[in-house]
Design a protein around this ligand. Sequence first.
Ligand code: AAL
Length: 426
Amino acid sequence: MKLDILNKNRITTTFSIGLAALILATSCGSSKQKEIGGYPWDIPQTKPNRPLSAAMERLYDNYLTPRPEDNELFSSFKYTQLKGFDYRNGDGTVSRRDPSKIIFENGKYYVWYTKRDTKVPPIGAHRASESTDVIPSTDWDLCEIWYATSKDGLTWEEQGVAVKRPPMPEVGWRSVATPDILKWKGKYYLYYQGFMEASGKKGDHCPVAASYADSPDGPWTPANKVIVENGPAGTWDQFSIHDPYPLVYKGKIYLYFKAAYGDRPDYLVGNGLAMADNPLGPFTKHPLNPLFNSGHETALFPFKEGIAALITSNGNENNTIQYAKDGINFNIASVSSLFPAAAGAYVPDAFTSNGNGRGISWGLSHFVNAGTPNKGYSILARFDCDLSLDVNDPELKKTHLFLKPEVYFSQGLSGKQLERIKKEAK
Ligand code: AAL
């Protein structure tokens, strides 16, 4: 009732202001104002030749289409539980996370991921000094790289270990984690984080290591050297090169990666690029790095003549899909929600796009909070989206997601917050 009155008042006010403006325009003889009229009811598909607000300028300048529903680089995301992976009744001793992009070989899909199979669950980065050869600090400490295959992307068969931890002091002796795959001139290359200390001891410090094979089923030979070095002291990637993500673009290997810079909690996460003509290097970092000011575990894929990226969590531009015609200078192409964490998409043309990237429509991602605080572990799941030029799924173009109240209430306030709220109420 109250609302009705409010609305009525608002309508009357708006009407009066509109009328006043019209009278003013007419009385001033402003013929330009009369010609322009109100913004058209039928959405102009191209930028109309009229004065526009900053938001409406942006609508035409920054996005592929004015409506996200028509935007090939907008999608919502849907999730499906996978069949085939066992998590030892969720006791926290088995974890699977950070899936690679998915490739299709030998009539099936292949994915590589971090697997932790330890006697006890991780004790946490804050207790890293108590970690041992058998007690992991973080969920990605004391890990190996495993792989699985699938006929339909829903049911997966774990095939076994791809890359083991090498003996000390080789790169990765403490843990090998967060892999991604490259196919180059008929051979396969896995890039991954090679830890030489328990994650959390000084930070989450590591460079990138690699192994190679003639078949996606291995056997994998470790290169036993650092493939992408940390940056010089004082530079943004001096301590960590995370989430290595190779694509073939313009005939070269483009390896995107993440680094977190600055001291926690004031750190910022960004993503950069290292390029090479040879999979085992040398890799040259791009002089404009970081190329992204936001994004954790960024998934990228060839799209038309450029590269598109899912910028999930961390930074001002988290939850955006970005696009760069040149693979370097990225702009926001859309904003969405419920992004897949650590997405590893099926990218059919990851190594062959030839300036005609087709996009993605599904992949695997992870949930890092599958367990309880003392039994922490991660699970892999499937996500579906429509960021493909070859798929048209209007259900995945919906901009308004209705989630159950439980989803929101599961973000419950902490004890400390409740205390503050109670104090404020006094
Ligand atoms: C992930 C990734 C990297 C980090 C850790 C394991 O989400 O960003 O892989 O090192 O967390």
